[in-house]
Design a protein around this ligand. Structure first.
Ligand SMILES: Cc1ncc(COP(=O)(O)O)c(C=O)c1O
Length: 392
């Protein structure tokens, strides 16, 4: 049986390739130190688990039936209140908030709602691999906007060729950025909004890491804070990283109501929204109204500092990002490509990192480390790397 061209043309998802390397080593009995995937290693706080237990046992609500497609209004209201408190952004819970079974699935629905085969999408590179992966599924014309170190990993919108700008259906950006750790600037956001208005291009912001600032002087903003942004933009938010619950599968698409309605149309062909007990638990949690991601951000700050300290001490000049949960760093010069380095590093040290090439064309020459490893294991990783001589 012949699979579709869509499938045949799709490269292996980068993390599947990294997993393959990891599990082969585990099978050999190697003690692996895994910085590969941004999969939080901590549990959600107890009061969140309690909220989920309560919702599962709740006999008053029918939490084990199918949900309405758009998710329950209590959850959408809780998200609206959270956006108001956190960003001072007003959202209509009836039309401007769509709960998602994780923002990853929402990305694909939005792409399918806005891209016909061969249509152009402006996507940053490097990027969260699903940002490009979803465009491959949609068989779009992917135009990668290089995020360069000298531009603080912000896209240069003036460098986009006029014909590409004219035909682009949407422009996506993600700050705090995965994988580079870069921050947004208000100037960039204003330029992006100008671009959207000038070219009639949908703007897509992804703030999956907005609650994970590791520095007191940086509080990430929502793109929707810009006046009138909602006319041109939607934004993804995810509970996965903030609250250590990637397995709960909770994200939101908020903003422009027409885009929400069109994305929902695709979603109705695909799923019945999030498990109702999870929806009620998240509504409860958001309504408690505290900065619950703070201890998490503090943990990542400690790990980042430890990693930077030990890796720099062994001669690997890694940067110190202000937010997110990743270190994005260059591979030693003598390696021709990031995958070769990742394989060699894994073989010699048992340390797993992700190859930059899996994050888009502009990711080559880099690797990404997720801060999901305990502090003492970070020190052990640095020791193994130094002993292996791989840095040259
Ligand atoms: C930038 C970005 N957006 C979205 C996601 C997906 O999150 P979710 O668990 O909500 O699907 C990730 C996950 O790594 C991410 O890095």
């Amino acid at each position: 049986m012949q699979a579709s061209k869509r499938v045949l043309n799709m490269p292996t998802y980068v993390f599947a390739a990294v997993d393959e390397i990891k599990f082969a080593l585990i099978k050999e009995g190697v003690d692996v130190i895994d910085f590969g995937i941004g999969n939080p290693d901590q549990r959600p706080p107890k009061f969140m688990l309690d909220a989920l237990h309560r919702a599962i046992d709740d006999e008053k609500h029918q939490n084990h039936r199918y949900s309405q497609f758009m998710g329950i209004i209590e959850l959408r209201k809780a998200v609206a209140d959270w956006y108001k408190r956190r960003f001072n952004v007003t959202l209509d819970p009836e039309t401007e908030i769509l709960p998602l079974v994780g923002s990853k699935e929402g990305l694909l629905c939005l792409y399918l709602a806005y891209l016909d085969k061969g249509e152009t999408a402006l996507i940053p590179s490097p990027c969260y691999p699903a940002h490009i992966g979803a465009a491959r599924v949609a068989e779009a014309d992917i135009q990668e906007m290089g995020l360069l170190e000298e531009n603080k990993f912000l896209p240069d919108l003036d460098a986009i060729a006029p014909d590409v700008a004219r035909r682009a259906k949407f422009l996506l950006f993600n700050y705090p950025n995965n994988p580079t750790g870069a921050e947004e600037t208000r100037e960039f956001y204003e330029k992006a909004l100008e671009f959207g208005i000038k070219h009639n291009t949908l703007l897509i912001s992804d703030i999956a890491y907005s609650e994970l600032s590791m520095e007191p002087d940086y509080r990430p903003m929502s793109f929707l804070e810009l006046p009138d942004a909602k006319k041109y933009a939607v934004e993804f938010y995810s509970c996965s990283k903030s609250y250590n619950m990637p397995g709960w599968r909770v994200g939101f698409l908020v903003g422009n109501s027409e885009v929400i309605a069109n994305t929902l149309k695709i979603k109705t062909a695909k799923d019945f929204s999030i498990f109702l007990a999870v929806q009620r638990a998240i509504a409860d949690i958001l309504n408690m109204g505290e900065d619950f991601a703070r201890p998490n951000a503090e943990l990542y700050r400690k790990r980042r500092d430890r990693l930077v300290q030990h890796f720099r001490a062994i001669g690997w000049d890694v940067p110190k990002p202000k937010a997110g949960m990743y270190i994005w760093t260059r591979i030693p010069k003598r390696f021709s490509d990031s995958m070769t380095f990742v394989k060699e590093l894994a073989k010699r040290t048992g340390v797993i990192v992700s190859p930059g090439s899996g994050f888009g064309g502009y990711g080559e020459g880099f690797v990404r480390m997720a801060l999901v490893v305990d502090e003492d294991r970070v020190e052990e990783a640095a020791k193994r790397i130094a002993d292996s001589g791989i840095l040259g």
